[in-house]
Design a protein around this ligand. Structure first.
Ligand code: ATP
Ligand code: MG
Length: 262
């Protein structure tokens, strides 16, 4: 079986692309799928930051500028996940050639089940190439008009490139208005809503601990949603053993606030 390549895009900045790439990737790895995530936001790289990989000398920048091989830029993440971070320096960004991404994809997909590419916001050249190398695009949107408008533009661009949109991840969704949001979004964008990820303070907390929420707080509402999304994409059963409770109970919350951690 060859790898399935998904690019996680949005149009608008800050909708949760990097959070989704990291947590969907980790959740797929937890399901036993060979998964690699790649930071194609070469200008504002922060996937590596969320995993404590910011000190890595060889990153996608060096690969895209031709000074390193892709295999040298692949690092170990949690649960067997593989990670290709981008560098933080402006110099590295300036010497990187985004069009080289196409060439390295053949090596990246080798032996993998899933490849997830974290795309930058906007529709610059750096943003178009990740859309063009994907088998399918997952749009991450927030329930607000600006995010929808930009996602619609990204969908049109994806289709112009001969690619298709798999569906939408509705992030920071208000749970009490679940069905209204879900229906409105799929109607507006003309694609199905794969999953709704609720607003969850654990997302930020996990980022501070440089650990994906699906590992650090697998029972939290956002983690459960990411695990459900991964199961759907992998065609696997929802991992009940990992996320035993849909909602954290009062006792769990109290225990976590006293003792910290999971
Ligand atoms: N479901 C959520 N609940 C709470 N906070 C969230 C959620 N999703 C994302 N965030 C927070 O929102 C911010 C933006 O998320 P993220 O970096 O994943 O977005 P992005 O689309 O990758 O942004 P950019 O366009 O700048 O690359 C982060 O601080 C993240 O912790
Ligand atoms: Mg990002």
């Amino acid at each position: 079986m060859t790898a399935r390549v998904y690019t996680i895009a949005s149009g608008k900045g800050g909708t949760g692309k990097t959070t989704t790439t990291l947590n969907l990737g980790t959740a797929l790895a937890m399901l036993g799928k060979k998964t690699i995530i790649l930071d194609a936001d070469i200008g504002m790289a922060n996937l590596g930051l969320l995993l404590g990989l910011e000190k890595c000398k060889i990153t996608l920048h060096e690969v895209l500028s031709g000074s390193a091989k892709i295999n040298e830029a692949i690092y170990d993440g949690p649960a067997g996940l593989k990670v290709v971070p981008s560098g933080l320096s402006l110099k590295g960004f300036q010497s990187a050639r985004p069009d080289k991404l196409k060439e390295i994809m053949t090596t990246i997909i080798e032996g993998m089940d899933f490849v997830l590419i974290d795309a930058p916001a906007g529709i610059s050249k750096d943003g178009v190439i990740p859309l063009a190398v994907a088998d399918s695009v997952i749009l991450v949107v927030n329930p607000e008009l600006a995010s929808m408008a930009d996602a619609l533009k990204t969908k049109a661009l994806t289709e112009m490139l001969g690619r298709s949109v798999e569906g939408v991840v509705l992030n920071r969704a208000e749970l009490e208005k679940t069905e209204i949001n879900r229906n409105k979004v799929s109607e507006l964008l003309g694609v199905k809503v794969l999953e709704m990820i609720p607003e969850d303070a654990n997302v930020r907390r996990s980022a501070a601990f440089k650990s994906p929420i699906v590992i650090r707080a697998p029972k939290s509402p956002a983690a459960v949603a990411f695990l459900r999304l991964a199961a759907q994409i992998a065609g696997a059963k929802f991992p009940e053993n990992i996320a035993k409770a849909e909602k954290e109970g009062f006792v769990d919350r109290l225990a976590r606030s006293i003792f910290g951690g999971k």
